[in-house]
Ligand binder design. Sequence first.
Ligand code: ADP
Ligand code: MG
Length: 394
Amino acid sequence: MLTLGVQDLDVAGKRVLVRVDFNVPTDAAGEITDDTRIRAALPTIEHLMHRGARVILMSHFGRPKGKVDERYRLNKVAERLSQLLGKPVIKTDDCIGPETEAAVRKLKPGEVLLLENVRFHPGEEANDPAFARQLAQLGEVFVNDAFGAAHRAHASTTGVAELLPAAAGFLMQKEVEALSRVLTNPERPLMAIVGGAKVSDKIKLLENFLRRVDVLALGGGMANTFFKAQGMEVGSSLVEDDFLEEARRLLAEARERDVKLILPEDVLVAEDLKADARTALVRPQEVPPGWKIVDIGPRTVERIAEEIRKSRTVVWNGPMGVFEVKPFARGTEGVARAMAEAPGTTVVGGGDSVAAVEQVGVSRRISHISTGGGASLEFLEGKELPGVAALAAK
Ligand code: ADP
Ligand code: MG
C-alpha cells in the first residue's frame, strides 16, 4: 500500500508541493457552507509549517472545464484556511507561470501559499505531462493529501507524483488505512449496509461486499429493485427495470456465499415525495398502487440495529430513504444512531451518507467518516485508485 508518509520526509526549508482537496460546497453567493475538507487537511499543513517547510498548496474546485471561471476561484478558501491556521495564506491568481513562480520564490520557511484552481487549465484533467512538469517545478517534494481526488488520474494527483519524490499526507494515510481495514482482515462479523437511490450505482460495491461480508443489509431506493426482482409490486417507487436480472443474480450470489442478507421487512410509503404527503407503514409486498417507498420502517431499523450490535465491523454507504425530506429521514436517522452506539468499528463513506450522519449529529461517534465521496465508493468497490497507486509505486 502506501510506502512513504509526510512524517518520513525531511522538509525543513524545502518547497513542498501539497495536493489537497479543497473542493468545498458553496451557496449561490459563493460562501463556503461546509469547511470539513479544509479542516481535514490541517494536520498535514500544520505539520509541514512547524517543520519549516515552504508549503505550496494546490487543489481543484468545481468544474470550470479547463478555463478561468470567476465562480471557481479559491480566494474564499484561502481566507477560510487563513482563519483556521491563524496565519496569513498567500494566494496566487494562477497555478503555473512566471508570476506564480515569483511568488513561490519569495515564500519563506513556515509560510503557506495556495495556488489558483488547477482545473483552470485543460492539462489538469487531461493529465498533460507538460502541465504536470510546470506544477512539479514549483516544488522539491510532493505530498498528496487529496484522498477525495485520488480516483482521478490528473496532473496534480498522479502526474506530479511521477516527477517528484512523493509521500502521502495524514488524511490520505488515515483514509487508506481505515477503508483498507474494512476490506482486508476486518474484525468479524463484518456487516455492510448499502442504500441510496439506484442499484446501477452500487453493483460493483455490492459484488465486492458479497465476497467479503458476513451480513449485508439493503435499504433505500435500491432495495425496490430487489423487491420487484422477487415478484413484489412496488407501486410508483423508484425501480430500475433494466436491473431486475442483475438483482436476481446478486440475491443468488448472497445465498451461494452464505451471506446473511437483510432486506426491509417494513417500509414507509408516501403518495408523493413532499413532506406533507399522506404516508403509511406497510410490508413491501403491500405497497398501494401509485404510492412510493420513501424509507425503511421501524421494524427494519431495529433488525439492522440488532445486527450492528452483533458485528465487530460495520461499513455503511447510501441513505435508507429520501432523507432530504424530513418525515422520510427516520430510517436513515435510526441507522445512524445505531452506528453511533455500535460496539465495534464503524465506517461511513459516500457524500449523501456522510451528510445524513452529520444531520443526525453523531459523526463524532463513528470510527471513520470518509471525506472521499466518489473516491471512497471506488475504494470500497475494490478498485485501485490511481492517486494512491502513484504514491505506492514510489
Ligand atoms: P451516497 O452519496 O452516500 O453514495 P447515493 O448518492 O447513492 O448515496 O444515494 C443518495 C440518494 O438516494 C439520496 O438523494 C436519497 O434521496 C436517495 N434515496 C434513498 N432512498 C430512496 C428511495 N426510497 N426512493 C428514492 N430515492 C431514494
Ligand atoms: Mg450521492
